[in-house]
Design a protein around this ligand. Structure first.
Ligand code: 7TS
Length: 419
């Protein structure tokens, strides 16, 4: 596997050879505004390794065909690769069965699928859905709309000043009417890692299923849906070094089997007459129409790539970057980090005294540094901390301490402009 070349055996064990991995990402050679690109917007989307791009090209050049229908060789080949990708995702999540893996458009579609299919069939007036105060809009709005339609109530467990979920408050809101808990594994705006295993234990004591939004977790840490015992888990391919337009919903087979289809059309049917349609079995019941075949295959290649490097090695490198960047940023006068939970992924949101995040983002861009500035689709988080927006640097395994230094130098420039 290619990633063996990325391991540098040192006395301290095998560390990630960042310069070698960087060579796998063509875009990282790019100059932006005449400066080397410093890409620190990985929570929005990650860059793509050549190995993944090659898998996409190979599909379109060598095996392009529709799946699950043609008897011809190309179609059989494409079907096999698509189903192999499903198996790669199953292994990646340690899901018990491949039929529990549904290919969707991304984390957002996964939430909407569960809200429509599970939610419409299950929620009654007076029921409750419990979320946390650190959710991305994608894990708020579908539940809010569902609750409004059903006369149910959306409840929110608050977070601390450090950006941690207040577990006792969460537990207080978990009652006999709670039909579902929906929680981010990792917050995109704060970086907080939620104690999902404990949350699931609490919810299951009430027989309440748990949906985990893993959009920001899957790229950074090993996921084991059996160890977590969550009922649903969702993530997006494009944040995991894969293509845009593909993502995954894992659901326990028993739940998925009881859920009605989310969309109707080809592949999700077994037989149709004008009087009646018999639906296909899972996972196909939830994959109406021609799916993103190339996307799924690309996602499979991205998973191969990430696993070749090793999630433990990725987490260790990113943890080092986070610790270094936190220390360097904390030294800057007038800078406040928003989100200081002890358990964090490599995301740093910050505000600067007297300077709007958009100005910071614009000036950093002139230095070739890409960060996100705004509310990060988490407006309730901004409201909780009393800020209109933050600037967010989010790291991937190809980032370096030198890039953190470039960010720090860029922030000093921003402060000079506004002095
Ligand atoms: N959930 C979380 C926690 C996210 O961070 C995001 C996207 C989503 C869901 C939605 O993912 P999608 O792939 O379906 O769009 N977060 C971000 C972000 O932080 N900056 O840009 C997108």
């Amino acid at each position: 596997m290619q990633a063996m070349t990325h391991l540098r055996h040192t006395d301290a064990g095998s560390a990630l050879d960042v310069e070698a991995v960087r060579r796998d990402f063509p875009i990282l050679k790019k100059k932006v505004r005449g400066k080397p690109l410093v890409y620190l917007d990985n929570a929005a989307t990650t860059q793509k390794p050549q190995q993944m791009l090659d898998a996409l090209t190979r599909f379109y050049v060598d095996t392009c065909a529709n799946i699950h229908r043609g008897l011809h060789q190309l179609s059989e080949h494409a079907t096999r690769e698509y189903e192999e990708a499903r198996e790669k995702v199953r292994r990646f999540l340690n899901a018990p069965e491949a039929r529990e893996i549904i290919f969707v458009r991304g984390a957002t579609e996964a939430v909407n699928l569960v809200a429509h299919s599970w939610g419409r069939g299950t929620l009654q007036p007076g029921d409750e859905v419990l979320i946390t105060g650190m959710e991305h809009h994608a894990n708020i709005v579908p539940w809010q709309v569902l609750c409004q339609e059903k006369g149910a109530k959306l409840r929110v467990a608050p977070i601390s000043d450090a950006g941690e979920l207040l577990l006792e408050e969460f537990e207080k809101r978990l009652g006999p009417r709670t039909r579902l808990v929906a929680v981010a594994h990792v917050s995109n705006a704060l970086g907080t890692v939620n104690p999902v295993r404990r949350i699931v234990e609490m919810a299951h004591r009430q027989k309440t299923p748990v949906f985990v939004d893993g959009a920001q977790a899957a790229p950074h840490t090993r996921i084991d849906v059996q160890a977590l015992d969550c009922d649903f888990y969702a993530f997006s391919g494009h944040k995991l070094y894969g293509p845009t337009g593909v993502g995954v919903l894992y659901g326990k087979a028993g739940l998925l089997e009881r859920m009605p289809p989310y969309q109707c059309g080809g592949d999700m049917i077994r037989s149709v007459t004008f009087e009646e349609t018999i639906f296909n079995t899972i996972p196909y019941k939830f994959e109406a129409g021609t799916p993103n075949i190339a996307g799924a295959i690309g996602l499979g290649a991205a998973i191969d790539y990430v696993e070749g490097i090793g999630l433990e090695r990725i987490a260790a490198h990113e943890h080092d970057l986070l610790a270094y960047a936190t220390r360097r940023l904390a030294e800057i006068p007038g800078l406040r980090i928003i989100g200081t939970a002890p358990e964090k992924a490599a995301v740093i949101s910050f505000v600067l005294d007297g300077i709007h995040a958009h100005d910071i983002g614009t000036i950093l861009d002139r230095e070739g540094i890409a960060v996100r500035a705004g509310h990060h689709c988490a407006q309730p988080v901004m409201a909780r901390f009393g800020v209109p927006a933050t600037t967010r640097a989010s790291f991937a395994f190809y980032n370096t301490r030198q890039e953190v230094d470039a960010l720090v130098a860029g922030i000093h420039k921003v402060q000079e402009v506004f002095r």
